[in-house]
Design a protein around this ligand. Structure first.
Ligand SMILES: [Zn+2]
Ligand SMILES: [Zn+2]
Length: 248
């Protein structure tokens, strides 16, 4: 016999599907990425072709920064570590990302960023939660923190896109979410596309721990929508963030 809770979940799932079906009959919608008409409604409003085209995390990756290392051949049993991580380039302990920022995934991230698609943030959080559970030893964490926007930028936009993911991720992992632990002291330049050099300059010394925050010896899971070669994290002061895990 299913438990009352499992039964409740089953009913809720069925109701959600039934209401999706009703919505798709009366309000046919197009995929937000490719404009193809959706056969069945989904909370994220992407068609199955687009969802399938998101490349998940690489199978063969650097054990520290998580970047794909498909080309690398190493002895069995030896953990894969990329050159940057061998040189201890980054200040974080581990970083993982859901997929490579290209193709339809770029459009999905832009929708998250500019149209406050909360169901999409929740969807990404679900994928990241799976990754954390799979590597629960390496990614064990005490608190989940979004990479902050500068307060002027957040006021303009009305929300921080990283929190759309981090809040839901914290809930799924049963961890505290601390949206104000970290602050951005300087806004990112207004230009839409930054060169690598400009990006580097824009993050140098731009983050600080909010005065009075208790972070000593806490394992922090830092969440952002896009990771640019992990560089921004190099500038988070090492002494404040002893044990940082990052997710993108
Ligand atoms: Zn599509
Ligand atoms: Zn690496």
């Amino acid at each position: 016999m299913p438990s009352a809770r499992a039964w409740g979940r089953g009913v809720r799932g069925w109701l959600a599907e039934a209401s999706d079906a009703v919505v798709s009959i009366f309000f046919p919608a197009a995929c937000r990425i490719c404009d193809q008409l959706l056969v069945r409604a989904s909370r994220v409003r992407f068609c199955e072709d687009c969802m399938d085209s998101f490349e998940g995390p690489p199978e063969k990756k650097c054990g520290i920064c998580g970047q794909g290392l498909a080309w690398m051949t190493v002895e069995e049993r030896e953990p894969l570590v990329c050159r940057a991580c061998k040189q201890k380039t980054y200040a974080f302990e581990r970083a993982r990302s859901y997929g490579v920022y290209e193709g339809p995934l770029v459009r999905a991230i832009l929708l998250l960023k500019w149209e406050r698609m909360e169901p999409l943030g929740d969807w990404f959080a679900g994928r990241l939660a799976e990754m954390v559970r799979q590597e629960s030893g390496q990614l064990a964490t005490d608190v989940v923190v979004p990479v902050p926007l500068h307060r002027d930028r957040e006021r303009q936009r009305g929300y921080n896109q990283a929190s759309l993911i981090s809040k839901s991720l914290a809930r799924k992992l049963g961890l505290p979410h601390k949206a104000v632990l970290l602050m951005r002291t300087r806004p990112r330049p207004d230009k839409q596309v930054l060169t690598l050099q400009e990006r580097w300059e824009s993050v140098r010394g731009a983050f600080a721990t909010r005065p009075g925050s208790q972070v000593d010896n806490k394992r922090v899971l830092l969440v952002d929508d896009v990771m640019t070669l992990g560089r921004r994290l190099m500038h988070v002061r090492r002494r404040c963030w002893r044990r940082v895990r990052s997710l993108y």
